[in-house]
Design a protein around this ligand. Sequence first.
Ligand code: G16
Ligand code: MG
Length: 217
Amino acid sequence: KRKGMIFDLDGVIVDTAKFHFLAWRKLANDLGFDFTEDQNEQLKGVSRVHSLHKILKWGGMELSEEEFQRQMDLKNENYLSYVNEMDATEILPGVTKILDYLIGNDIPFALGSASKNARTILKKIDLLEKFDAIVDGTDVTKAKPDPEVFLIAAEKLGVKPEDSIVFEDAVAGVQAANRANMTSIGIGDKSNLGEADYVFSDFTEIEREFIEQLLRK
Ligand code: G16
Ligand code: MG
């Protein structure tokens, strides 16, 4: 049976959450308030527009449409200044090994990210050419937990949703994979990724036997 794998970007391949946090926090600070790292958890996997809505709510603020757009642009500019410094050393532990295993065994894999900067980031970390398909924030109309991003990715890989395996660090992403009828693998904390079919703290915890077993199913 032809199986495929779909990887989220932020929190799975790289930890760009730290850069998003710095950039969003600067935005909040410039507007005269602050938010915590705990609150930042709620922004993981969430689109840029939705993130700003949430943050403004925390600060009890409202912006005109024009100012909202300007703040999003400023945030992104600031975020990209961090992204610009990235290189392959930012790839999270165990990721390269699993990608090389998939390539060696002719198992197709895609990126399924909410980020509009996904291609820029993949290029910085030298992974752009390795993916068989890339679906990102520029390709979708509905944000996670809507399954759209993963359904398009599976289609591009030529695999059925039920034969797709998704790696996700965000609750919304795990829900999107489940709604797509895919196998969901949470990367992170069991306490908040309980809805996933399997949870691992990171890729170094995933044994080759586990992957082989998933592919045989
Ligand atoms: C990522 C991050 C989110 C970010 C979103 C949009 O998602 O987890 O925090 O808000 O992308 O990013 P951008 O502003 O670059 O378009 P993912 O799906 O890769 O985890
Ligand atoms: Mg993520």
